[in-house]
Design a protein around this ligand. Structure first.
Ligand SMILES: Nc1ncnc2c1ncn2[C@@H]1O[C@H](COP(=O)(O)OP(=O)(O)O)[C@@H](O)[C@H]1O
Ligand SMILES: [Mg+2]
Length: 580
């Protein structure tokens, strides 16, 4: 069969006519059919075949040839010019590099690019003489960090990733210019020691002639540029730097700051007196710690790593747009430590610390007061609370800090406490708070009793004799009693509530709209001085409100309780809401 087909094909090729081989040379009608001559054969097209050479007059041809030659010559000149320019700029770069290497510019910083321009022999010689190299960024994240052009960059992640080292090197970018001013800070003064020691190793090599004044902790570079080491332990410490103009400010270990106050304040002090010196805010951090939450929210959550995030910020001088980036660091990125015992040591840490310090994982919080808090089981999507469920509220009053009110309902089925609404707002007087709470309670139908923190029931002092916030709220119709302020017992109650019942459901669940409470339970650290309490420096108002609430032992006489009571009349709660 196949043979037959092949022979047929062969035969048909042999007997092909010209119009079958070159159909384009024949005239066709609008349907694509050949137009036939009287003898029945297709009619040929008139004129030349497509693509066939023109028959120019010899004069025209000569002029065309001349033009082509000219064009080619011009192109060669342009190419030579470009090549010359390349050699010239390479020469300039190399001359500068040599000057740097010979110590004629004061700076000893050479970029990778410039080094690559040097002749092979010089590069080899340099590579062999390690003593000439003060530092060389590790390829990868450290190099990216040092080359970043964004206004704010966080270099964060695993311990030993070369973060602090990069932080010491970064401000040197502009230290060959006399107006460069840098401030490198840690939370406390003693922590600065390590950075200062390292700077002694690096700076004089990079800038021969650089001098350090121990008393002021300031490096002065031959150009006149200055780099100061500072600390901000308390918020008020920032005012020590308020009179200065810094073109570069770096925070080493940013998560050691409990709030973003120092970062924002010093960030607003960033300004350059020289238009050729851009301003930068730089930070390094390990995940976790007391500030893990706000740092994560600012740098890690908004956009994927290594991506520029353009953010709109309101400043005293109007709206500004700034760029922000997070560069993750891993121990494996730092060749000087990656293969040492250091990684073995990190691998032996308890799981949470290991995840943070070895894997650079931001999703776990070290020393978390509530490590068992798990969004996937404690946070639930909001649903309509049945009208007959008991409802209660816990209130923590604050004026300068936030007032928090958390509303809860008790699932009569198993007594699970469902936090379904929250108020979290600063600057509220008692009556404003009362009015907002009343408004938020409109959908609840019945009035809701609750507990209010102890301080709100006492006079503010200073001779003030008016009603307390507690009295104001009660006068407005809020049924509130004084909360049990025992912090440790409250924390234990929270742990009990967060644990699962034998049926597998936690005894406390939170609607996903109560974002402040969720954030606090995720991020609130243990107290450093008292492991049985939470760290009160962290924001804890929503937590306090719920702590008061759980301490009031909210329960409802459920179906099972009632059944139990029918069986034996032994137990009868005096108050079905609070279970007293
Ligand atoms: N580019 C580099 N060249 C040489 N040594 C480096 C480099 N980067 C980091 N190191 C060294 O690695 C060690 C850990 O770096 P460090 O910056 O302290 O890590 P981190 O702050 O991330 O914990 C330091 O001893 C530092 O000197
Ligand atoms: Mg460090």
């Amino acid at each position: 069969m196949q043979d037959l087909e092949e022979s047929l094909n062969e035969e048909s090729t042999q007997s092909l006519t010209d119009w079958e081989v070159n159909p384009d040379s024949y005239l066709t009608d609008i349907y694509g059919e050949f137009i036939l001559k009287v003898n029945g054969e297709p009619k040929k097209r008139a004129g030349k075949k497509k693509g066939s050479p023109h028959n120019y007059h010899s004069k025209v041809k000569a002029s065309m040839d001349a033009k082509r030659t000219l064009r080619e010559k011009k192109k060669r000149v342009a190419q030579s010019r470009a090549a010359l320019h390349k050699v010239e700029s390479s020469l300039k770069k190399t001359t500068e590099t040599y000057k740097v290497l010979e110590g004629k510019l004061g700076s000893k910083i050479v970029t990778e690019d410039a080094l690559n321009e040097l002749p092979e022999a010089v590069r080899t010689a340099l590579a062999e003489d390690e003593s000439e190299i003060a530092f060389k960024p590790n390829p990868g994240p450290q190099q990216d960090f040092l080359a970043s052009s964004e206004k704010e960059v966080l270099f964060g992640g695993a311990a030993g990733g070369g973060k602090s080292y990069a932080m010491l090197v970064d401000p040197l970018r502009y230290c060959h210019m006399k107006n460069a001013r840098a401030l490198l800070i840690r939370r406390t003064m003693p922590e600065l020691r390590e950075l200062i020691d390292k700077s002694y190793e690096l700076y004089p090599k990079a800038f021969p002639g650089a001098k350090f004044k121990t008393q002021d902790k300031i490096w002065t570079f031959p150009s006149g540029a200055k780099l100061e080491f500072g600390y901000c332990e308390k918020n008020a410490d920032v005012y020590r730097y308020q009179g200065q103009a810094y073109s570069w400010i770096g925070f080493d270990e940013l998560t050691q700051w409990p709030t973003d106050f120092c970062w924002n304040y010093l960030g607003s002090r960033l300004r350059s007196v020289d238009p050729n010196i851009p301003t930068f805010l730089r930070a390094t951090a390990n995940p976790g710690n007391i500030g893990g939450y706000w740092v994560k929210k600012r740098f890690i959550d908004p956009v994927p790593p290594n991506t520029t995030n353009t953010v709109r910020v309101e400043t005293p001088n109007g709206i500004k747009y700034i760029t922000r980036k997070f560069i993750p660091a891993l121990l494996s990125d730092n060749p000087s430590l990656a293969k040492t015992d250091y990684s073995t040591m990190l691998a032996g840490l308890p799981p949470v610390l290991r995840k943070q310090l070895l894997e650079g994982n931001w999703d776990v919080v070290e020393g978390a007061a509530f490590p068992e808090f798990d969004e996937s089981i404690h946070v639930i999507p909001p649903f309509e609370i049945p009208a007959h469920w008991e409802r209660i509220k816990g209130v923590d009053y604050g004026y300068a800090a936030e007032s928090a009110c958390e509303w809860a309902a008790v699932d009569p089925e198993d007594g699970t406490l469902i936090i379904y609404r929250e108020l979290y707002m600063k600057g509220l007087t008692g009556d404003k708070l009362g009015a907002i709470m009343r408004e938020m309670e409109i959908p609840d139908v019945r009035s809701i009793s609750g507990v209010l923190d102890g301080a709100a029931w006492s006079q503010a002092g200073g001779g003030y004799k008016g009603p307390t916030v507690g009295e104001v709220l009660v006068n407005m119709g809020h049924r509130l009693v004084r909360a049990d302020k025992n912090r440790k017992a409250g924390k234990i109650q929270m742990h009990e509530r967060l644990s699962k019942s034998p049926e597998g459901r936690p005894r406390l669940q939170i609607f996903s709209n109560c974002v402040n409470l969720i954030r606090e339970l995720q991020g609130i650290p243990l107290s450093k001085t008292d492991p049985e309490d939470v760290d009160t420096h962290a924001s804890d108002h929503a937590y306090d409100a719920v702590r008061y609430l759980v301490m009031s032992r909210p329960r409802m006489e459920g179906y099972r309780d009632r059944l139990a009571r029918f069986k034996s009349e032994e137990y009868e709660p005096a108050d079905t809401i609070f279970g007293y």
